[in-house]
Design a protein around this ligand. Structure first.
Ligand code: NDP
Length: 332
């Protein structure tokens, strides 16, 4: 059993790869540069070359660029997508790569008969309605879609809004491909909110750590409570497990589904409370609590039923994330 994982240098993909290897999958890992592959190998020398092989795909927007990578793979996990808030051109840096990358991958999968499943990493970004949030009284499920338009996203000066839109257009492109091209493989979309937890991927400092691992760090030395990016979160290990369980579940159960994989509600104040209890030395560096603001509810009942996932406790996720962040600060 061989699985292809795109974005293999990333926070989420690294945990997906760990689970695949532990369950005896062979992994074809796609990265953008040889340096990323070398860094991964150097950090995890315990994994042999017959267990994980790296393929360089420098530009996933080039049609055909994933063709070699998916050869002989039964399952393809597409996690690669731009995730940062420092870009300059909304279309070129964010919207087009997210959407085109997904399409390049799907076309490659369609041309490779070995591929039986594609598991696409979407985001709660594609579900939430940024115009209405925090939206008390609403319960978000897989039935919801971010209504942002391409034109709005091109013109927006809010990078967070543009990232949300990029994930929306990418996931819509995936489902349109399924509708128009009728591939023989199954397609499943995993839709995580803010992913927290241990950052296992190679990184050297707080500067090059992945975006969502910085969310909790914003609490440290903040004069006031920082904004909560989304009122839901999931542990990276749970989120990775959902991806792999979707690859291993009966195709008739998972085919054509999107799964909202939220493990807990999240606010920066809630996280700060847990951090204050677990890390007394940090209390003086945390901002005063913000007043509670009512926000939307959610349901992850579908993924719990179909994949039998049980969520790690929020406190444990915060503990693991923050222990690592403090350690990274000490070493930086
Ligand atoms: P990371 O930034 O750690 O990983 C992103 C991966 O995508 C990296 O391997 C990166 O490669 C690759 N990538 C970025 N831009 C491009 C591009 N233009 N072409 C090819 N590859 C690219 O983030 P996460 O692991 O957190 O994100 C993984 C997926 O999960 C993404 O699709 C993201 O949108 C989604 N997601 C993440 C959430 C979170 O809170 N973390 C929440 C919901 C969804 P390189 O290392 O070379 O930059």
């Amino acid at each position: 059993k061989v699985a292809c994982v795109t974005g293999a240098s990333g926070f989420l993909a690294t945990q997906i790869i760990f689970i695949l290897l532990a369950r005896s999958w062979k992994v074809r890992a796609c990265v953008r540069t040889p340096a990323k592959a070398e860094a991964w190998r150097a950090k995890f020398p315990e994994f042999r070359e017959d267990q994980i092989e790296f393929v360089c795909v420098p530009d996933m927007q080039v049609d055909g660029s994933y063709d070699e990578a998916v050869k002989g793979c039964e399952v393809v996990f597409h996690t690669a997508s731009p995730f940062n808030f420092v870009f300059t051109d909304n279309e070129k840096d964010m919207l087009i790569p997210a959407k085109q990358g997904a399409l390049t991958l799907l076309r490659a999968a369609k041309a490779e008969p070995a591929v039986k499943r594609v598991i696409f990493t979407s985001s709660f970004a594609a579900i939430t309605n940024p115009h209405l949030d925090p939206r008390p009284g609403h319960t978000y499920t897989e039935a919801d879609w971010n209504p942002s338009t391409w034109e709005e996203a091109v013109q927006s000066t809010d990078r967070h809004f543009v990232y949300l839109a990029s994930k929306t257009f990418a996931e819509k492109a995936v489902w349109n491909f399924v509708k128009d091209e009728k591939p023989t493989f199954s397609v499943t979309s995993i839709v995580p909110p803010v992913i927290l937890g241990e950052a296992a991927q190679p990184f050297t400092s707080m500067v090059d750590i992945n975006q969502s691992s910085r969310v909790l760090w914003r609490l440290v030395d903040a004069p006031t409570m920082p904004a909560t990016p989304a009122y839901l979160c999931v542990d990276v290990k749970d989120c990775a497990l959902c991806h792999v369980l979707a690859a291993e579940q009966d195709a008739s159960v998972i085919n054509g589904k999107r799964y909202l994989t939220a493990g807990a509600t999240f606010t920066q104040s809630k996280a700060a409370k847990v951090i204050a209890q677990l890390f007394p030395d940090v209390v003086s560096r945390l901002p005063p609590a913000a007043p509670y603001e009512e926000h939307y509810k959610y349901s992850s009942a579908l993924v719990e039923k179909d994949l039998g996932i049980e969520w790690r406790p929020f406190e444990q996720t915060v503990k693991e994330t923050f222990t690592q962040l403090l350690d990274t600060e000490r070493k930086s």
